[in-house]
Design a binder for this molecule. Structure first.
Ligand code: NAD
Length: 489
């Protein structure tokens, strides 16, 4: 069935506006490599207009009082957005699948999570009303003090392409719940559903300027947005390299930032496991969304005594994964998002081979697909800890395997990385799971599973995986500042 890509402009101040320079970027269907439409390419000129709109919407002096309105008022809009997303779920899921290459079934689940996240932050926005003026206990009776939590201001939300609308929502929902006004800059590789969020906001009557959406290149739209003097905070999700660039420019204005960056997460499989269950989580943890997940558990550490049997199982099951156009029934792996990503992943695999690693399964384009950016799910053994494939984030369907003999060795191997986003342990021994969970140097730990994610629990990393936490109450705190009010009585 043909999918109609809406022809959108930038969403600024509650309406659709053409870019000042009238530039656009083609949208490519990664499963067919065909151009299926285009999106606006914003530049510094558009950033100026969007920041001004967000500033006006934030300020109570202009009578558009998003920042000073009650949490209950803001919650009403968040709930309306959630309801509209649910109403348009099927259409949005299809747009996400054709734009990003993820299987339609996954894209539809993402839309449920998007609606759930808006609902969740609507609840927290309401809670903010009752938590205001929290008293602080002081050692002197002649003074009394309380704390106000206030919205930080105008925030820039810069997001990647792997979960386009969902990761945008992880920022938009708490920012708006907190009373901030925002400019969202999604990835140029997958912006279509984020633009549709603009239409949703228009339909529910979100006050103009509260959320503005600028699509465009990182260098032309993202950089001027992040460094704009009237942007009070940058919340970024993307690669560690881009995060570092944004931090450098933010440092000049002492602008707060939060960073959700890359990863190279381990999964440890001990000898006491149910091999079937462990294999299922291992494959899911690395190949879900084609391995294009920041927290993908892409380094498998398996106990030497079960390694051979476990790998046989992984290879057998990997060969059964259905790789196809995202719209085909039963599709489990779609194409990678772009030609650049496809080239990058194949280069990583070639480099691993030339460094002496062995490709146990996959490693190439699937034979039955001669168009599209498809790469087979790949399992690599004979890896050393100095190899690029072991150390660097691949962000594709590539699982590297090493064996270990003791718990300490497994933990040392797991923690021997610049990154610290996720980590998983699979074992039937609860005490061992507890020990290993504490020993992992990461922001997220999974026990007997990999990748489950709930909007109620904090998300984020340590080391070069970033800092600050999204989701849960921590996600809301990202967009609030704390004001002390002390009175002499
Ligand atoms: P990227 O860094 O290339 O781009 C991310 C966003 O930054 C895009 O919107 C891009 O246009 C923008 N950008 C690029 N250069 C910029 C600049 N100089 N100034 C401002 N903005 C700029 O990342 P990507 O390829 O879109 O996403 C993949 C990366 O994201 C991976 O490293 C992955 O691990 C990471 N990621 C992290 C998380 C997390 O929660 N930690 C989640 C998803 C993805």
């Amino acid at each position: 069935m043909a999918i109609h890509l809406p022809n959108r402009q930038l969403f600024i101040d509650g309406e659709w506006r053409e870019t000042v320079l009238k530039k656009r970027i083609p949208v490519i269907n990664p499963a067919t490599e065909q151009i299926i439409g285009d999106i606006p390419a914003a530049t510094a000129e558009d950033v100026e207009i969007a920041v001004e709109a967000a500033k006006n919407a934030f300020s109570r002096n202009k009578g558009k009082d998003w920042s000073s309105a009650s949490g209950a008022y803001r919650a009403k809009y968040l709930r309306a957005i959630a309801a509209k997303i649910t109403e348009r779920k099927s259409e949005l899921g299809r747009l996400e699948a054709i734009d990003s290459g993820k299987p339609l079934e996954e894209a539809l689940w993402d839309m449920d999570d998007v609606a759930g996240c808006f609902e969740y932050y609507a609840d927290l926005a309401e809670g903010l009303d009752t938590k205001q003026k929290a008293p602080v206990s002081l050692p002197m009776e002649t003074f009394k003090s309380f704390v106000l939590k206030e919205p930080l201001g105008v925030v820039a939300l810069i997001t990647p392409w792997n979960y386009p609308l969902l990761l945008a929502t992880w920022k938009v929902a708490p920012a708006l719940a907190a009373g901030c006004t925002a400019i969202l800059k999604p990835s140029e590789l997958a912006s279509v559903t984020c633009l549709e969020l603009g239409e949703v906001c228009r339909e529910v009557g979100l006050p103009p300027g509260v959320l503005n959406i600028l699509t465009g290149l990182g260098t032309e739209a993202g950089a001027p947005l992040a460094s704009h003097p009237h942007v009070d905070k940058v919340a970024f999700t993307g690669s560690t390299a881009t995060g570092s660039r944004i931090m450098a420019s933010a440092a000049q204005m002492v602008k707060p930032v939060s960073m959700e960056l890359g990863g190279k997460s381990p999964i440890i499989v001990f000898e006491d496991v149910d091999l079937d269950k462990a294999a299922e989580w291992t494959l899911f943890g690395c190949f879900w969304t084609n391995g294009q997940i920041c927290s993908a558990t892409s380094r498998l550490l398996v106990h030497e005594s079960i390694a051979s049997e476990f790998l046989d199982r992984l290879v057998k099951w990997t060969k059964k994964i259905k790789i196809s156009d995202p719209f085909e029934e039963g599709c489990r792996l779609g194409p990678l998002v772009s030609g650049d990503q496809y080239d990058k992943i194949l280069k990583f695999i070639a480099a691993a081979k030339s460094e002496g690693a062995t490709i146990l399964s996959g490693g190439d384009r699937p034979k039955h697909l001669n168009k599209g950016f498809f790469v087979e799910p790949t399992i690599i053994i004979d890896v050393t800890t100095s190899m690029q494939i072991w150390r660097e984030e691949v962000f594709g369907p590539v699982l590297c395997v090493k064996t270990f003999s003791t718990e300490d060795e497994a933990i040392d191997l797991a923690n021997d990385t610049h990154y610290g986003l996720g980590a998983a342990v699979i074992s039937n021994d609860p005490e061992r799971c507890d020990r290993v969970a504490k020993a992992f140097r990461s922001g997220i730990v999974w026990i007997n599973c990999s990748q489950p994610c709930f909007c109620q629990a904090p998300w984020g990393g340590i080391k070069r995986s970033g800092f600050g936490r999204e989701l849960g109450e921590w996600g809301l705190e990202n967009y609030l500042s704390v004001k002390q009010v002390t009175q002499y009585i």
